[in-house]
Design a protein around this ligand. Structure first.
Ligand code: S3P
Length: 193
């Protein structure tokens, strides 16, 4: 009999367009967990969109608000947390998230990511707004972020390799089930059913 009570958070990070929000919501639903999104927390608290925060107060102010949201999101157990793409660049954020959870880094083909990110709106993605080529912009961000993302990741999942959302959800849950202290005994029963 194992004494693994589980309950560590499952945290999804990575570039814009990798499907963090969609997959976090699905994984949470599958496990009966609370789903938390750091962009949602920031915009709810500010009462404004991310684009508005960037425009009126600048990126620094957004990152400050994001840091507070991450600290709050990371504190409780048994959650699935989707992160804004820049969260894992701050080592304090990464430390807080890894203290109580495991980090799954979502990656993929930059053309597909740019297409998804542009389609689902630039109101939350001012870094992709403007006339520049979004693929080129994402490539620059990927280069700048590679080391921080890799340092944070417990597991890497390509979300553009042809797997469906259902399949990706299942693969993340199966991976989580194989990690110590992540799934509770009840969640393990749900996954095995
Ligand atoms: C950002 C990604 C966005 C949002 C903000 C900044 C980034 O979230 O937090 O526009 O720095 O990559 P998504 O990754 O959910 O699009």
């Amino acid at each position: 009999m194992s004494d693994d009570a589980g309950g560590r958070n499952i945290v999804l990070g990575g570039l814009m367009g990798t499907g963090k929000t969609t997959l976090a919501r699905r994984v949470a639903f599958r496990l009966g967990r609370q789903w938390v999104d750091t962009d949602e927390l920031v915009t709810q608290r500010a009462g404004r969109s991310i684009a508005e925060i960037f425009a009126s107060e600048g990126e620094q102010a957004f990152r400050e608000a994001e840091r507070l949201a991450v600290a709050d999101a990371a504190a409780p157990a048994r959650q699935v947390i989707s992160l804004g793409g820049g969260v894992l660049l701050d080592p304090d954020n990464t430390r807080a998230l890894r203290r109580g959870g495991v980090v799954v880094l979502l990656t993929g083909d930059l053309k597909v990511l740019a297409d998804r990110a542009s389609r689902s709106g630039v109101r939350r993605r001012p870094l992709l707004a403007g006339d520049g080529d979004p693929v080129q912009r994402l490539r620059e961000l990927a280069e700048q972020r590679r080391a921080a993302y890799e340092a944070a990741a417990d597991h890497v999942v390509d979300t553009t390799d042809g797997r469906s959302v259902e399949q990706l959800t299942r693969d993340i849950v199966v991976w989580a089930a194989a990690q110590p202290d992540v799934l509770t005994p009840e969640e393990r029963r749900v996954v095995a059913a």
